[in-house]
Design a protein around this ligand. Sequence first.
Ligand code: ZN
Length: 105
Amino acid sequence: MQGVVGVCEREAKKQGFKRVESITLSVGAVSGIVPECLREFFPIAAKGTVAEGARLLTRTLPAEIDCPDCGYSGEIHGAECPRCGGWAFRLRQGREFYIDSLEVE
Ligand SMILES: [Zn+2]
């Protein structure tokens, strides 16, 4: 969260805005980051910065895999390939955590 606020501060300096209205974060489903926790801690981390009072929006990116065993490519909701039950897959998406967009004043 500190990192997100840090990016806001850097962008504020670079682009010359005074206040962030809203921040949209992309959070991978298996990134280990819980959006509820972010929303809880964000006001604390943002206090006294350009991001203070900003709305925090989160977009969840589903976990997606490429399975080398059966060729399945797509979303998973468990820990194994939904087509063949294999474990040898490569995670294509789902561990991300980044700032999608900043709305500024
Ligand atoms: Zn498979």
